[in-house]
Structure formats: structure tokens, C-alpha cells
Write a protein that binds this ligand. Structure first.
Ligand code: SAH
Length: 337
């Protein structure tokens, strides 16, 4: 098994059970996450016996990069896992390096506009496969990732336990030590998991893929809306805000003639008036589906209507359009080859 599957607490328990000391786990963690050793034998402050135990039971291997697409500010990678491939995207911003990571192989949510859902879920990514996306890219590019968004392939809350453990590892002060506030989890709206996530009372950011201002439209775009309609999602958002006092991001892709009218903007404003959220308007990244991106004028008008109605709104800066930036596109083209 990969050592990167274990939280510090897991490792402490395992080591103590096997006759080692609890603090040995911290030494191992600092070796693999701070010094980034490639062999347990290179952790200088642990015993021969512990090295043997680790060598006998765990691997330290990073992921292979099988394909890479680069543009000036965005790199997209296809990484190999035992039975398949995983995509992640590195975006270089002025405030730091942000990595968009995947959580599943395929996805069962079947959103009409999304390329990832074209492949049904094969399996969840393991904790190590999630954490190793970060370590592998940091090593390859010789940089540190400052922000992580769970917006790659898959529905994070459909792989809840693994993403929570991966976040524990990424934020562990003895390891990578990334700030919780530098991490964002994006969900299509799995209401029970949003509540569970709220109950952790952590500082990890939450983003909700809403993409519609009424249930009729959302039902057509996102089948999950039949199970958890907009009112339920909003109740869950309210609960999250109450528990964490963190601002929630509402993601809204503008699709021509589908969800981009002034009426839609007013509906959306009504849903969120007075709430601690901001709406992120996203230009549609064209895929194999028939949707068309809304025009610049329509987007501006939609934006202005929201602002006039007292809503916090931002336009997402577009990155990686020329390198199959949209979810699932790189993987899909690799499979075709
Ligand atoms: N399953 C999660 C996270 C993965 S998708 C979720 O639904 O939030 C990450 C974001 O990219 C979501 O907001 C998703 O709706 C959006 N997205 C998917 N396909 C897109 C496309 N073709 N253009 C623009 N955004 C897209």
C-alpha cells in the first residue's frame, strides 16, 4: 500500500501497534512530505527496524505523467494510476500556483454540459491518488502549490471519506501544511454531504455548481437536481454558512438561450439576496455537447443585473481554453488514441 494513503493519525496508530513510538510517525511524515525522500532509507533520524518495517509494508512511488499540454499560464497533465488515467490542471496566478485535481475515474452525475460524465464512474480515487497529484506536479515543475481546487474529474462528495482524509494530509502541519482556506471543494449539490462537511466546522472553502436559476432548467442540465432540488441545496448552503461563517461560491456557467436571460438573473438574485455567497459566472468551455457559450454582451448584462440586485458577483478568468481545459477533455482525447 502507498504510504500516502495514511493520515498522520493512521500512521501513529499503525506504528504504535507494531511496537514503534508515536513520535516516529512525525519523523516519517516530515521525511516524506517536507524532505520529499524517495526511499525510506533516506529518512536519517529513524531506526533500521523502522526502515525495514516501512520498506516491507509501504511504497513511496509518485504517479507517472503520461501526457502534458502547456500554454503560457496553464498546464494540463494526464497521470497514470494502476488501471486508468487521471487529469489535473496547474494554473499559474499572480498570487501563486493553483492545482485543479480529480477525485474519481469517470463521474456518475451526468451533467449535460460536462465532458467528464461521458465516462461513467469506474471507481473512486484513493487517498494517495488524490494527494499524489499534488506531490507529482510539485516535483515535476519544481514549485510549490499554494491553492488546491477539487474541480477536476469526479464528484468529490461522492468520494467523501477519501477527500476528507486527503484534505487532512494536505493540511497536516507536520507534512505539506497547506492552509485550509487555500483549498476549495466543488460539488454539484449532494445535500447530505454538504451538511456533513459543514459539521466538520473547518475552513475549507465550498463551491456549489448551480448553473440554473430554477428547477425546471436545472433538472435538464443536472440530473442530480431531481434528488436534491434548488431549495434543498440552498438550505444546505445556509446550514454551512451558519456552521462555518465562510462565504460560499456559487458557480454558474452561462449557456446561450438556456440560463442566461435577464429573468434568470433576477431569479438567481432572488435566491441569494442577503446571503453570504458570491456568484462566479463561468464562460462555457465548449465540448462535444451542443451548448453554446453566451455572448460577451449577454454575460455583461447578466452580471449587471446581479450587481444591481445587490449580489456579489465575479467573472471567472478563462484559462487553458486552448489546451482542452474543460473537465475530462484531455482524458477523453487520450482514450481515443
Ligand atoms: N463535480 C464537481 C466538481 C467537478 S466540475 C462539481 O460539479 O462541482 C468543476 C466545475 O466545472 C463545475 O462547476 C462544473 O459544472 C464545471 N464545468 C464542467 N464542464 C464545464 C464546461 N464545459 N465549461 C465550463 N465549466 C464546466
Amino acid at each position: 500500500m502507498s504510504i500516502f494513503d495514511l493520515t498522520l493519525e493512521d500512521l501513529e496508530n499503525i506504528l504504535v501497534l507494531n511496537g514503534f513510538k508515536k513520535f516516529n510517525a512525525t519523523q516519517v511524515y516530515e521525511g516524506i512530505y517536507k524532505k520529499r525522500v524517495k526511499s525510506f532509507d533516506d529518512i536519517t533520524n529513524i531506526s533500521k527496524e523502522l526502515k525495514k518495517f516501512l520498506n516491507d509494508n509501504y511504497t513511496l512511488k509518485y504517479l507517472n505523467i503520461v501526457e502534458e499540454l502547456k500554454s503560457n499560464d496553464t498546464n494540463k497533465y494526464l497521470l497514470e494510476v494502476t488501471d486508468s488515467f487521471v487529469e489535473c490542471v496547474l494554473m499559474k496566478h499572480d498570487y501563486g500556483n493553483s492545482l485543479c485535481i480529480s477525485t474519481q475515474i469517470g463521474c456518475n452525475m451526468n451533467c449535460a454540459f460536462c465532458e467528464s460524465g461521458k465516462l461513467k464512474k469506474v471507481r473512486n480515487l484513493t487517498v494517495s491518488e488524490i494527494v499524489l497529484q499534488v506531490l507529482t506536479i510539485e516535483e515535476k515543475e519544481n514549485l510549490r502549490i499554494s491553492n488546491i481546487v477539487f474541480m477536476g474529474i469526479g464528484e468529490p462528495f461522492d468520494n467523501y471519506d477519501n477527500i476528507i482524509n486527503a484534505i487532512k494530509i494536505l493540511t497536516c502541519p507536520r507534512g505539506i501544511n497547506l492552509g485550509s482556506r487555500k483549498i476549495t471543494v466543488s460539488t454539484c449539490g449532494l445535500v447530505p454531504k454538504i451538511k456533513e462537511f459543514a459539521d466538520l466546522e473547518g475552513q475549507v472553502n465550498l463551491a456549489i455548481s448551480l448553473h440554473a436559476s430554477n428547477n425546471e432548467t436545472r433538472n435538464k442540465l443536472m440530473p442530480i437536481n431531481h434528488a436534491y432540488p434548488i431549495e434543498e441545496v440552498i438550505k444546505a448552503i445556509d446550514y454551512y454558512i451558519e456552521k462555518t461563517n465562510r462565504k460560499v461560491t456559487i458557480e454558474y456557467i452561462l449557456l446561450e438561450g438556456i440560463n442566461d436571460s435577464t429573468k434568470n438573473a433576477l431569479e438567481l438574485a432572488n435566491l441569494f439576496k442577503g446571503k453570504l455567497v458570491y456568484i462566479n459566472l463561468i464562460p462555457y468551455n465548449s465540448t462535444s455537447s451542443n451548448f453554446v457559450r453566451s455572448s460577451k454582451e449577454t454575460i455583461s448584462k447578466f452580471f449587471d443585473t446581479l450587481v444591481k440586485n445587490g449580489i456579489n458577483v465575479q467573472m471567472r478568468r478563462e484559462m487553458g481554453k486552448d489546451i482542452k481545459g474543460a473537465c475530462g477533455q484531455l482524458r477523453a482525447s487520450h482514450e481515443q488514441k
